[in-house]
Design a binder for this molecule. Structure first.
Ligand SMILES: [Zn+2]
Length: 692
């Protein structure tokens, strides 16, 4: 399934199957790790990075800096990164693991057609830079030929459909997921697309940064088209920007596309012509492999209506330049060096402030993970996923569920009927840790050691074909959308599935050798955060079966919105870059998720203590270590360009604010560190937000 899908908010963890039984609180047992000295009672370590602490800052004044300041002062962002922090470190460690998997596969003489052969040969083809240089644009010649042959608007429509098979998002995007109105089947969600820059703001806002990026985009388009032999590449590049600006004008904004009800618009395929006249939908659907689809979800209907009205006003030659650009851009990293450099200059440096590109093997790895996801995931689980991690994670998940269950009962703003619905949802939530229930089959994809572009195109097409094959079929339980080898976690609301990937089960997110406190603060808060998405302002619109139904009473919504407004105001007052405040509305859902996640993780930790006081380790109480674990997860420094992009378009707040915005509202934090009136984090009780 293609990008667009979700959420990837936090990140984290571990092992097999689901833990969907609502259970009583489970006390985590601290087990002694194997020791050389059989008689020693081995104490768990704190898991806190003591060397990162800035002792010149008081935790009550600036907890983010207290926990991470010494590290921030001595760390520089590497030139090939746009940000650097705990996430980067875990990702790097994880990539080294995965690199070893790929290298060994490439060095192994394995059975033709086996997963191992495909992984190895894909890697070999990717690392053969000399061959990529020798081929230049040759490898895309056939695809380019289709574009060159077009001479009328009618000729363009099959090319638009063809782009679905290449996952180019030009001019439309898509994903396949459960039908929100009938979760027993998969549905095709057609989305607005067509932009070469991340968001409509990049085209429409007058801010100087966006003006610079638009100029960079024109330079980039000019460069790629001239490398492809276009005779007037500058004028063509400018026409592309003008065309995409028109597309940006009809795009829904980022707040609106998050709305699960507004974006659910099921249509019989033969009615598309009525909703969006001016475009030959029959030809389009056929080219996109959707001729037999009876129904399609028009996620952003007015976009398609407006597209039907505008597209014939754009000259065919402009469309051809546009399609050429998107094709080459989509595969530029797999072409010869000049294409690679051009793409990096724009997408890496201009858009994100990255100073230098990453080593080639990382690009190989990223694409192998995308195209052969579960084949690599299988090997990863065997090698890097200890059963003990699985066990401890399950205990934590059960305690978090219990914490939610008790908290829902205690809420003073939720009606009893709504609480009953929430409990049903909680009970239905299946949590997967590490192991999917279903592994994708790659037998239909041919991977050759000397045909990188061919591998990319065949892999991408085959991915799309699998999506088409799934249409109308019942969804598979426990099929992961992201490979378990990745450092991430997500929730799939329509399936009531919460997934923690094996790749994320590493310190500082999860430390098998550390005491529970730091782990509850780190991975536990991530579990809590993801769980909350089942109950928040979007989760309220989906019931326990994953179907669209607003299960809140009107009174619940009113009180929730009143409390949420306080949080919007709090975050909107933060100004991470001079003149650029956090968008409290855009980040609301994630901020509430952070707040609830940490609150529930704290309660889960308390449940694990089972009434016993926490131990002091390294001079910190368990409650203090819990918060230190949380702040450690968000340790990060970032370049301004990246921050700016994040503040503008990411529904998550910048990491510093994910820490201070949350702890300054939590009485549990005040108590753990003795926060008093006058301290930096102090908010008067009436000003603190409590929702969950
Ligand atoms: Zn989230």
């Amino acid at each position: 399934m293609t990008r667009l899908l979700l959420v990837a908010g936090f990140a984290l963890l571990t092992a097999c199957g689901n833990t969907d039984t609502p259970s009583a609180a489970v006390s985590a047992q601290v087990e002694a790790p194997a020791s050389d000295d059989e008689t020693a009672v081995v104490k768990k370590r704190s898991g806190i990075a003591l060397e990162n602490i800035d002792h010149a800052t008081r935790p009550q004044d600036d907890f983010f800096r207290y926990a991470n300041g010494a590290w921030m002062d001595k760390t520089e962002i590497p030139p090939d990164e746009v940000r650097y922090g705990s996430w980067t470190e875990v990702r790097e460690r994880n990539e080294e693991r995965l690199k070893s998997v790929l290298e060994e596969a490439a060095a192994t003489d394995s059975e033709p057609g086996s997963d191992l052969q495909k992984i190895g040969d894909f890697y070999t083809s990717y690392m053969d830079e000399a061959r990529a240089d020798e081929l230049g644009l040759e490898a895309l010649r056939e695809e380019l030929g289709h574009i060159e042959a077009a001479s009328t608007h009618d000729d363009l429509i099959p090319l638009f459909g063809r782009n679905m098979w290449l996952d180019l998002g030009a001019p439309f995007d898509y994903y396949v997921d459960r039908d929100r109105g009938d979760t027993s089947r998969n549905l095709f969600y057609l989305w607005q697309g067509g932009l070469g820059m991340p968001d409509r703001d990049y085209y429409l806002e007058d801010d100087e940064k966006f003006v610079t990026m638009r100029a960079g985009y024109v330079d980039y388009a000019d460069k790629l088209l001239s490398l492809a032999g276009h005779e007037d590449s500058r004028a063509a590049a400018e026409a592309i920007l003008a065309l995409e600006t028109r597309i940006a004008e009809i795009h829904w904004d980022k707040l609106r596309v998050r709305d699960r009800i507004e974006t659910y618009n099921l249509m019989p395929a033969d009615k598309l012509a009525e909703l969006a006249p001016g475009f030959d939908w029959g030809t389009y659907l056929e080219a996109a492999g959707l001729a037999s689809a009876a129904e399609i979800n028009f996620s952003t209907p007015s976009f398609f209506t407006d597209f039907g009205a505008l597209w014939t006003g754009v000259p065919v030659d402009d469309w051809k330049s546009y399609l050429t650009l998107h094709l080459i851009d989509g595969f530029a990293y797999q072409l010869s060096q000049p294409f690679f450099d051009a793409r990096f200059e724009f997408r890496g440096r201009v858009l994100r402030g990255q100073e230098q590109s990453r080593p080639r093997w990382e690009y190989a790895l990223q694409n192998a993970n995308a195209l052969l996801q579960d084949a690599i995931g299988r090997i990863y689980l065997e090698r890097f996923f200890p059963p003990e991690a699985d066990r401890r994670m399950r205990v934590m998940v059960d305690n978090l569920k219990e914490a939610y269950s008790r908290s829902i009962e205690e809420l003073d703003w939720m009606q009893p009927e709504t609480k009953a619905e929430a409990q049903k949802k909680l009970a239905a939530l299946r949590v997967y840790v590490g192991y999917p229930e279903y592994f994708e089959d790659y037998s239909a994809v041919d991977i050759l050691p000397d045909d990188l572009l061919g591998n990319m195109i065949r892999g991408t097409r085959s991915d799309y074909q699998r999506d088409l094959d799934d249409l109308g079929q019942p969804p598979r339980k426990g099929q992961f959308l992201i490979g378990t080898q990745q450092v991430n976690a997500y929730i799939l609301p329509t399936a009531s599935e919460l997934v923690f990937l094996a790749g994320a089960l590493q310190p500082p997110f999860f430390d098998l050798e550390a005491d529970d406190a730091v782990n509850y603060g780190a991975i536990g808060s991530a579990i809590g955060h993801e769980m909350l998405h089942a109950f928040d302002d979007q989760g309220r619109k989906i019931d326990e079966k994953g179907e669209l139904r607003d299960w809140w009473a009107a009174e619940d919504a009113e009180e929730y919105e009143r409390r949420a407004q306080k949080m919007i105001d709090q975050y909107s007052a933060y100004e991470p870059i001079e003149g650029l405040n956090i968008n409290g509305e855009l980040t609301l859902g994630e901020n509430i998720g952070d707040h609830a996640g940490l609150t529930m993780a704290f309660r889960g930790y308390q449940l694990s203590l089972d009434g016993k006081p926490s131990e002091v380790i390294d001079g910190f109480t368990g409650e203090q270590r819990f918060f230190m674990g949380y702040a450690g997860v968000w340790r990060l420094i970032a370049r301004e360009e990246f921050m700016r992009e994040q503040i503008t378009s990411d529904p998550h707040s910048p990491s510093r604010y994910r820490v201070i915005g949350v702890v300054s509202n939590m009485p549990e934090f005040y108590e753990a560190f003795g926060v008093k009136e006058g301290d930096g984090h102090w908010r008067a009780p009436a000003d603190r937000v409590k929702i969950w």
